[in-house]
Design a protein around this ligand. Structure first.
Ligand SMILES: *Cc1c(COP(=O)(O)O)cnc(C)c1O
Ligand SMILES: [Zn+2]
Length: 415
């Protein structure tokens, strides 16, 4: 099984206390000498490791870089990402039979999605490696964040998008921040295959979530949730429910918990249950969890209104599946109508999210209805992106404007 143990000696390849380890064969690799995305020995996924794991006492400041002691560098290419709100949602809490529900809204990041947390670290690593061009395949938000952080670092950015399947706000962001945008006649997984090949040939530095340093930045979602939840409730949440596309966040949260266990901050049996939600039309992780398999079967045909998670082959599954199992979590699929209803419900509580984000709340509701989540649980739902990312979906989920004549009587008649 996966080599996910964080203990052990610092290997000679370590640089400033940081190295990369293969989660399959355990081999260690220098972090900033050559550009590698997978284990050169066995093709396994890589994970960043440190000679020391910090406790909450060690953190100071705000945002992602508050957690610098758990990141590969003391600072990065920053646009003040992170430090997002943990909202109460009174309407949803009243309607769902659990002890408490909080919503961690990642739409409050600079580009409106959590991807910024990964990019502030990943682009810093790109500078260390001295690469000239950054690239990603994207369902939209990764391209927006990479374009923004690449612009800030003054590096060229190339993005490959599935033609016709990216929400309007996201393409607009990538475009205005100055990325070169290529629309591929294929789905996200096809885009990733191509850009991974370009990266292997040395034509670009890949900043998809296969890049282990991006997940280091995304770990801070977990640190913020834990700190804020403990401050409010005096304890960690029992469960974190999140949308799953490439399963980068699921992997990053599990790493966050493992590091806190290694630091002596958290007991292993206190790790919040990682609970992944996918759209029914793109649910390979749910299939693997339900069937108890260690490997995910690639879905070639995927479809859902939640375009950010319209993914048939979650690249981080080998890191995420052990996390779901070890924390006593699960995975569930929700229909597009359930996602849209959850998007409306969040909006009624004042939280505006894009469809993929609402999947977390839709999944919570389904698991409570199915009796898989108990009524005494404290739950945090992750909402990954802002409502304005996908204005078409938001307008379709909301109500139609009513046309009125240009006079007061006409307006009075209509209200
Ligand atoms: C990228 C993204 C996801 C998927 O996250 P993974 O870490 O790949 O599982 C979900 N929601 C939104 C809005 C995203 O941008
Ligand atoms: Zn290996």
């Amino acid at each position: 099984m996966a080599a996910l143990d964080l203990g052990g000696e610092t290997p000679s390849v370590a640089d400033r206390g940081v190295w990369l380890a293969c989660i399959e064969c355990g081999e260690t690799h220098a972090p900033f000498d050559d550009v590698i995305y997978r284990c050169p020995d066995c093709d396994g996924l890589l994970e960043a490791r440190y000679d020391e794991y910090p406790t909450f006492e060690d953190f100071e400041g705000r945002g992602v870089w508050r957690y610098a002691d758990s990141l590969p560098f003391p600072e990065g290419v920053s646009i003040e990402e992170g430090d997002t709100p943990l909202y109460s949602v009174p309407g949803i809490e009243a309607a769902v039979d659990v002890e408490s529900v909080r919503v961690k809204h990642e739409g409050a990041n600079p580009t409106g999605a959590f991807k910024d947390r990964g990019m502030t670290v990943g682009v810093r690593v790109a500078q260390e490696l001295g690469v000239g061009r950054l690239a990603c395949a994207s369902t939209g938000n990764t391209s927006a964040a990479l374009a923004c952080y690449g612009a800030r670092a003054d590096l060229d950015v190339l993005v490959l998008l599935p033609a016709g399947k990216v929400a309007a706000g996201k393409v607009a962001q990538a475009s205005l921040h100055g990325a070169k945008i290529l629309e591929v006649d294929g789905n996200f997984d096809a885009c990733l295959d191509i850009v991974a090949e370009l990266a292997t040939r040395g034509d670009a530095y890949l900043l998809n979530s296969i890049n282990p340093f991006r997940l280091e930045g995304q770990k801070t979602i977990g640190l913020e949730i834990l700190e804020a939840h403990r401050e409010e409730h005096g304890e960690w949440p029992d469960r974190v429910v999140l949308p799953v596309g490439n399963a980068g966040n699921t992997a990053a949260l599990y790493k966050c918990f493992r590091e806190l266990v290694a630091a002596g901050e958290m007991r292993e049996d206190e790790m919040p249950a990682l609970t992944g939600v996918q759209a029914a039309g793109a649910a390979p992780m749910v299939e693997a969890v339900r069937e108890g398999r260690d490997e995910v079967r690639r879905w070639d045909e995927v479809e859902t209104i939640a375009t950010a998670i319209r993914i048939g082959m979650p690249v981080n599954a080998p890191k995420a599946l052990p996390g779901i199992r070890a924390t006593g979590g699960t995975a569930v699929a929700v229909e597009d109508e359930e996602i849209t209803q959850a998007q409306r419900d969040l909006a009624r509580d004042g939280v505006g999210v894009e469809p993929a984000s609402a999947a977390s709340v839709a999944g919570l509701r389904k698991l409570v209805d199915d009796g898989e989540i108990e009524s005494d649980e404290r739950v945090v739902c992750l909402t990954t992106g802002h409502l304005l990312k996908d204005p078409d979906a938001a307008a379709a989920a909301g109500s139609e404007p009513i046309p009125v004549p240009n006079d007061v009587d006409g307006v009075l008649d209509a209200i």
